[in-house]
Design a binder for this molecule. Structure first.
Ligand code: 5RP
Length: 284
């Protein structure tokens, strides 16, 4: 019997029907102790190039690693910028093939399952573009990836990418999340929105939220707090951490919200105190 009963994040996963490797990898991402997850997203360069704050990935990633449960990134950044002796679970971005200069939804699978296994990844992440020009192709890619993942016990994280003309509302995001779940994704990443509980209710797999564009620290912490109190299992946050004036303070604050259920105000104090300490160190 598989002993990851708490992994199911509200009975959303039937771990008994999962193979051991799949359940074990999922438990590395969504912590069985509380069914929550802090994922650090640093995969932005796969279509944005040298994103602000990620110009030198190793410098950004290293100080943040101790506070993340897992790290989401591309294989290029993994190989060049993460110590292979690290035991941090890797969520590998395996979709891409586009840039901000062209139609973003025209993605394909860009990493073979063999390389995912070689890189010892804990999950594979792929974007789906529901409502966009290449909706069908990205959804079919998701099903192909799930088939590969099922063979080798590697879970799939579907990222509900939002097309230029799509509203980030519960109708649209709920549709995208439900389709991801129906097609076999094991976790889905989306955006927080009004009536988020409806999205959670209609999505039978664990949901994590992206942080989105950089906002003031308090706003980002409120977003994380709303998301987990309304049913998300955690966050996969990037820009609101690494573009902050105190990235370590921000990830510590987000972690406290996700794993210690602190309020956004309490979390903000954690961020401020870390920022104060950083300023003191800089002043010598
Ligand atoms: C890009 C992604 C990013 O990982 C995602 O957007 C999370 O980062 P952020 O918190 O900066 O939005 O999947 O498609």
């Amino acid at each position: 019997m598989i002993g990851f009963a708490d992994l199911d994040a509200g009975n959303k996963e039937d771990n008994m029907s999962m193979n051991w490797g799949m359940a074990n990898r999922l438990a590395r991402i969504i912590k069985p102790e509380d069914g929550r997850a802090v994922m650090l997203a640093v995969d932005h360069g796969y279509f944005l190039g040298p994103t602000s704050g990620l110009e030198e990935p190793r410098k950004t990633i290293e100080p943040l690693m101790p506070y993340a449960d897992s790290i989401m990134l591309t294989r290029g950044v993994l190989r060049t910028s993460v110590d292979p002796k690290s035991d941090k679970p890797v969520v590998l971005r395996v979709s891409g093939g586009t840039s901000i200069l062209k139609e973003l939804s025209n993605e394909d699978i860009t990493v073979s399952i063999d390389d995912c296994i070689r890189l010892n990844v804990s999950a594979m992440a792929l974007s789906i573009f529901v409502g966009s020009e290449f909706e069908k192709e990205t959804l079919v890619s998701l099903t192909k990836l799930v088939d590969e993942g099922e063979k080798f016990g590697i879970p799939v994280l579907a990222v509900t990418a939002v097309g230029k003309d799509m509203a980030r509302d519960v109708r649209y995001l709920g549709l995208a999340c439900r389709i991801a779940a129906e097609l076999g994704a094991h976790i889905v990443k989306t955006y927080y929105c009004d009536d988020f509980e409806q999205l959670i209710e209609s999505c039978p797999i664990p949901v994590i939220i992206a942080g989105g564009k950089k906002t003031p620290e308090m706003e980002a912490l409120e977003l994380a707090h709303h998301a987990v109190t309304h049913g998300a299992v955690g966050v996969d946050m990037g820009r609101n951490i690494f573009q902050s004036d105190c990235p370590v303070g921000m990830i510590q604050a987000v972690r406290a919200i996700v794993h210690e259920n602190v309020s956004a105000k309490e979390a903000y104090k954690i961020y401020e105190s870390s920022k104060g300490a950083k300023q003191k160190r800089a002043a010598g």
